[in-house]
Design a protein around this ligand. Structure first.
Ligand code: URP
Ligand code: ZN
Ligand code: ZN
Length: 484
């Protein structure tokens, strides 16, 4: 059978490993061939274009209620549409447990929110805020076996934080069951103490958020959870890393051979502490945790990306509106920086901004770019090789880039449900103008063209990346009595 349902012809293809000229033959939603002169029922002319694996954004908050009780502006429909228009073909969002909730019920309810709503494929991480006997003994092991193979834990936020003892419990369970642990690492008491002092001094504005969430607080918690991971020989991933101090902790851990992974996000490359100082309440638009650091720190984040300290570049899209009930302005009016919902949007600009500033400015090469925005996400979360690459047998999730097109980012051009973008007015070169999900064109000329609801839920394998190294600081007998 030589013919293909669709052929992408004449483009420059790049994966995390190679760059080459090839036609791509697609059949049944999968990549069926890479070759020369392929013929198909339909053809997309990709001459002069880059043909890349669709992005995977493995840190996305949609249809989620925050620890402060605020709902995200984006649901699965708007969030996944915005993702696709920025070249992303898979999102992984969070089924978030609030204390007292059954994790099974949380996952069931979250499925109901996603069902029939997504434009592109999606998977779930879990958020564990209440590791009760029921959760640890039955629900979590069962869910991991059912394809929810990663979960996020927090060392801060009153509503979410785990004690160190609970972190150790969760890590040892992850080790036994083969799940990937993601950690939001900031020292809770440092933040709370500094916040109280700043409030007492009447410093209620957004800059106080940046001061309270000190880089030293991030470094301390990052080092602490890495030590706990080392103690129990459990791989873990530190999410949304911002400061050069925490970056250094991850670099050192990797240099010691530990399976510690790092994630950073656009806000740490393209925003800075100065943005928190904007007029009136505008600084609140850039409030997220950890916060953007001083401008000089951006260079350390770039170095982390170029030297492999960071494995993944995610958006941490946390879409809390500026105006309206539950918005950032309302938070500022209600009680200053401590009442502002934390998070910034970035699902649609994540990949184009890294392309423009990273690839076109020569900081990273195309293969690193693909690894950071797609392939490594699939590998870390058990979706590879179905997702995250261009290879025979993989889903035909493909972004066709015009590498020369110039666009100015404005909120009005984005497809999320937000009322602002912190990147208003930034100029970028290159955009994924055509995007395919399982062989179907979902974005054409930069606009969504497919039906909401076609996106499918992805069950995740246990990732190899989550396998222990087999180096425990205990004798085998002691290890057996502690860990199994
Ligand atoms: O400020 C942030 N990052 N909000 C989203 C929630 C989280 O901790 O990732
Ligand atoms: Zn977080
Ligand atoms: Zn997040």
């Amino acid at each position: 059978m030589a013919g293909y349902e669709l052929v992408i012809k004449g483009g420059k293809v790049a994966t995390a490993a190679d760059t080459f000229m090839a036609d791509i033959g697609i059949r049944g939603g999968k990549i069926a061939a890479l070759g020369d002169d392929l013929a198909g029922d339909r053809v997309i002319d990709a001459r002069g274009k880059l043909v890349l694996p669709g992005g995977i954004d493995s840190h996305v908050h949609v249809a989620q209620r925050s620890g402060m009780g605020v709902d995200t502006a984006d649901d699965f429909a708007s969030g996944s549409t915005s993702a696709a228009c920025g070249g992303t073909t898979t999102i992984i969002s969070f089924a978030a447990q609030q204390r007292g909730q059954s994790l099974r019920q949380v996952v069931k309810d979250y499925h109901a929110k996603a069902e029939g709503q997504a434009l592109i494929d999606y998977a779930f991480h879990l958020i564990i805020s209440d590791p009760t006997e029921q959760v640890m003994g039955q629900e979590l092991p069962g869910l991991i076996r059912d394809g929810y193979t990663s979960f996020k834990i927090y060392t801060t936020y009153d509503a979410l934080k785990l004690t160190d003892r609970q972190v150790l419990d969760v890590l040892s369970l992850a080790r036994r069951e083969g799940a990937m642990v993601m950690v939001h690492a900031e020292n809770h008491d440092i933040i709370a103490w500094l916040s109280d002092k700043l409030v007492q001094a009447g410093r209620m504005g957004p800059p106080s958020h940046g001061i309270a969430h000190a880089a030293i607080a991030e470094r301390e918690a990052t080092g602490r959870v890495i030590s706990m991971g080392e103690l129990l020989d459990v791989p873990l991933l530190i999410v949304h890393v911002s400061g050069c101090e925490a970056i250094e902790e991850i670099r050192k851990a990797k240099a010691r051979g530990l399976k510690i992974y790092g994630e950073t996000c656009p806000q740490y490359l393209f925003l800075s502490a100065e943005d928190l100082e904007k007029e009136g309440f505008d600084g609140a638009m850039c409030m997220c945790s950890p916060p953007p650091r001083e401008a000089a720190n951006q260079e350390s984040v770039w170095t982390g990306l170029t030297t492999g300290v960071f494995d993944v570049f995610s958006s941490d899209h946390a879409p809390y509106r500026f105006e309206g009930p539950g918005g950032k302005v309302a938070g500022m009016k209600a009680g200053g920086f401590k009442k502002v919902p934390n998070g910034v949007p970035g699902i649609e600009i994540r990949v184009p901004m890294l392309f423009s500033e990273g690839v076109l400015k020569g900081r990273i090469d195309l293969n690193q770019f693909v690894a950071l925005t797609s392939t490594n996400h699939a590998k870390l979360y058990g979706l590879h090789p179905r997702k995250g690459t261009i290879a025979v047998g993989a889903d035909a999730d493909i972004a066709i880039w015009d590498p020369a097109i110039e666009r100015t980012i404005t909120h009005s051009m984005l497809h999320d449900a937000m009322d602002y973008t912190p990147y208003e007015g930034r100029k970028v070169t290159g955009w994924p103008m055509t995007v395919l999900s399982r062989g179907e064109v979902v974005v054409d000329q930069g606009e969504p063209v497919a039906k909401i609801g076609r996106g499918q839920f992805l069950s995740c394998d246990k990732p190899d990346a989550a396998r222990p190294r087999g180096h425990l600081p205990f004798t085998p007998e002691i290890a057996k009595s502690i860990l199994f």
